[in-house]
Design a protein around this ligand. Structure first.
Ligand code: MG
Length: 355
């Protein structure tokens, strides 16, 4: 056989073989496999957990949360909320609702949350007072005050569109105005996807939000340009993925009830955003069997711990217990901050303040 014919046959054979492989791949559906760990219709794939879905609210009655929700306010207990600096909030409970006391400042959750489903029922004052941004203004904030879903009396009341009820403030007007009359109970169901940063603080993915207002889709997975703010387009602040959720004090006695959250990232531990005065209690130098452990304040309500030439950013699991996310380093302080126990992976060694 001529050399020319042989190479042409080889070329045609490789094309036929490739087509066969493509056919095989198509047949086994590898291109469309949503999760490579499981076959289509895999009989061993775990059943989804059973959740009691709860009930919808009425004007007379708040709804009942799904059975796996973290209840943040049940109409009676405000202990999961504090002022932004961690001190007790001045907001009051009236008739099963928590109410903003104008001038008292924002109220935030003690616990921090990242990606989540968030539900809240709210009512603006009746009779209404003021116009535009001055009429029943409050807000649901994610990211420790960085990202606002506007709460406002937009029922027959005109303001700039990207500042009306259910807007992503200053960025996206709601798709429609699904507002009820002032004094009526309304609700938001929000799917929040937090912005993500790498270890060096470089933004990896932006924040996204989906909002239903009184059951009507008003924000469809919109991508935030950065924090919501008045008069400026600010860049993303470098923040932990999990941060408190807050309600705004904008000078109007807006009420909230039946507040719950379903964290969508179930892998992590609970995280709390502690008051600066609590964090300051632990700052200093500690002796650990002749080694020095240095505890400093990091940005954003956290501690940084250094020992044996390594440094770790610590997250609060309680007012006294801290953990790192890159290595299994844990510290349990006593409440006075004079001593504690530091462990790496196992056991634990006592630490005692020297400075
Ligand atoms: Mg507002």
């Amino acid at each position: 056989m001529k050399e020319f014919d042989r190479s042409r046959i080889c070329f045609l054979s490789s094309i036929i073989a490739s087509l066969g492989l493509i056919g095989l791949l198509a047949q086994t559906n590898l291109f469309a496999q949503p999760d490579p760990h499981w076959l289509d219709h895999d009989r061993d794939r775990p059943a989804p957990p059973v959740v009691d879905p709860g009930t919808f609210s009425t004007q007379e009655q708040p709804g009942r949360p799904p059975s796996d929700a973290v209840v943040l306010f049940d109409g009676h207990d405000i202990s999961k909320w504090v002022a932004m600096d961690g001190s007790p909030t001045q907001w009051v409970i009236k008739d099963g609702a928590m109410e903003c006391v104008p001038g008292s400042g924002y109220v935030r959750t003690l616990e921090s949350f990242g990606d989540c489903q968030f539900h809240v029922e709210w009512a603006t004052p009746n009779p209404p007072h003021g116009e535009g941004q001055g009429r029943g203004n409050s807000g649901v904030f994610f990211g420790m005050g960085s990202y606002e879903i506007q709460v406002l009396d937009s029922y027959g009341s005109r303001t700039y569109s990207d500042g009306s009820a259910a807007s992503v403030y200053g960025q996206y007007p709601p798709l429609v105005n699904a507002s009820r009359a002032p004094g009526q109970w309304q609700y938001y169901d929000i799917i929040w996807t937090a912005p993500k940063f790498d270890q060096d603080g470089v933004l990896q993915s932006k924040a996204h939000v989906t909002v239903f207002h009184n059951g009507v889709l008003v924000q469809n997975n919109v991508e935030l340009t950065g924090p919501t703010s008045w008069l400026q387009r600010a860049p993303y602040p470098v923040q932990p993925e999990k941060l408190p959720i807050a309600f705004q004090d904008h000078g109007n006695p807006v009420r909230y009830r039946n507040v719950w959250v379903r964290p969508l990232d179930k892998s992590g531990k609970h995280e709390y955003y502690l008051a600066e005065s609590v964090l300051d209690r632990y700052v200093g130098e500690f002796d650990r069997g002749g080694d020095i452990v240095t505890v400093r304040r990091a940005a954003n309500g956290q501690l940084a711990v250094s020992f044996s030439g390594a440094k770790f950013l610590m997250f609060a699991e309680s007012p006294t217990h801290f953990f790192a996310k890159t290595t299994d380093v844990q510290i349990e302080f006593d409440e006075s901050g004079q001593s504690g126990t530091l462990s790496v992976g196992e056991g634990g060694m006592p630490i005692k303040r020297v400075k």
